[in-house]
Design a protein around this ligand. Structure first.
Ligand SMILES: NC(=O)c1ccc[n+]([C@@H]2O[C@H](COP(=O)([O-])OP(=O)(O)OC[C@H]3O[C@@H](n4cnc5c(N)ncnc54)[C@H](OP(=O)(O)O)[C@@H]3O)[C@@H](O)[C@H]2O)c1
Length: 293
């Protein structure tokens, strides 16, 4: 059993949460964290029923009522029948966390049409369907939709063009949901993690993963590579009623890794050992002084 350190106060006591893709990675860590905060958690899985059952056991140890449901986001009927079951059984939800994702990591010109269709089906078409089906369950309780986006919408990541395009669509849907559902008491927010050390990123990075991990540990402002549990912290904050005024925001949950990455040249300078003279830039044309213009 994976324990969540120092469980926070049971601030989500009595809340019903649906998390798509909760069998592993960020979804599993979020499920465990929210259950530790008192939420009654339903996770979905596509293939890994056993992994999902293990996550449910961890969650149920914190808060009774945890369960796992099959869901294939490529299949419209599967999405509809999930919500039929939830409606029949519970009749309401407080939080829906759209976390599950799958795509093909390839340069844009190498993508096949079916890969484009599948990525947009999971991330855009059926995210919107989830919002439509969840709304009547969320509305009576003033609930919230939380969509998990990714760093590839704000910076280039090799092979991520397709997923980034779909996630950018998802982010836009979040902003429109915020405006359209807000007057009816339902809020929507996006969360945008940076690197998270999950199975899928290890698969994506292949032989380069060790380098990627080392780069995070050496250059990230927090000097570590985020674990799924780390990344779940901000999602838990977004689940609190007090996050209502973040309606429509895409909250970067990357420990400032993306901003720091853009400042890598400055960081290289900061690593000049103490006592070593910094490069003399007084003659640089952009810095004024006596330099010719
Ligand atoms: N890892 C990162 O560095 C990172 C960074 C930024 C954003 N994100 C985002 O964070 C979220 C979680 O990422 P992760 O790395 O934790 O994911 P992951 O480890 O790859 O887990 C994916 C989850 O989605 C489920 N899933 C896959 N295909 C599905 C389908 N067709 N229908 C329904 N469920 C499906 C999987 O179910 P099974 O286990 O049953 O296959 C699993 O539970 C994703 O939205 C991802 O884009 C990740």
């Amino acid at each position: 059993m994976t324990a969540v350190p120092d469980p926070p106060a049971r601030t989500l006591h009595g809340r019903r949460v649906l998390i798509t893709g909760g069998s592993r990675g960020l979804g599993a860590a979020t499920a465990r964290r929210l259950a530790a905060m008192g939420a009654e958690v339903t996770i979905t899985y596509r293939q890994r029923e056993d992994d999902a059952a293990a996550v449910v056991a961890d969650c149920a140890a914190s808060t009774p009522g945890a369960r796992a449901e099959p869901l294939d986001l490529l299949d419209e009927d599967s999405v509809r029948s999930l919500f039929e079951r939830i409606t029949e059984r519970d009749g309401s939800l407080d939080l829906v966390i759209a976390n599950a994702a799958a795509t093909a990591f390839k340069p844009l010109l190498d993508l096949k049409m079916h890969q484009i269709d599948k990525t947009f089906t999971i991330t855009v078409r059926h995210f919107l369907l989830i919002a439509q089906l969840a709304f009547p369950l969320l509305q009576p309780r003033g609930g919230r939709i939380i969509a998990v986006s990714g760093a590839d919408t704000v910076g280039y990541i090799p092979g991520h063009g397709l997923l980034a395009a779909a996630k950018a669509g998802m982010e836009t849907i979040v902003k429109y949901l915020a405006c359209e559902l807000g007057p009816q008491g339902v809020t929507a927010v996006g969360v945008l993690p940076g690197y998270i050390d999950t199975e899928s990123i290890r698969l994506m990075a292949g032989p380069f993963h060790d380098k990627l991990l080392a780069a995070e540990e050496q250059t990230h402002p927090l000097r570590q590579a985020a674990t799924p549990d780390d990344a779940s912290e901000a999602i838990a904050l977004l689940c609190l009623p007090e996050a209502r005024w973040l309606n429509g925001q895409i909250v970067q949950n990357d420990g400032s890794g993306l901003f720091a990455y853009m400042g890598r040249f400055g960081q290289a300078w900061a690593m000049v050992p103490d006592g070593q003279v910094m490069p003399d830039t007084t003659d640089a044309p952009m810095l004024g002084g006596d330099a010719p213009h």
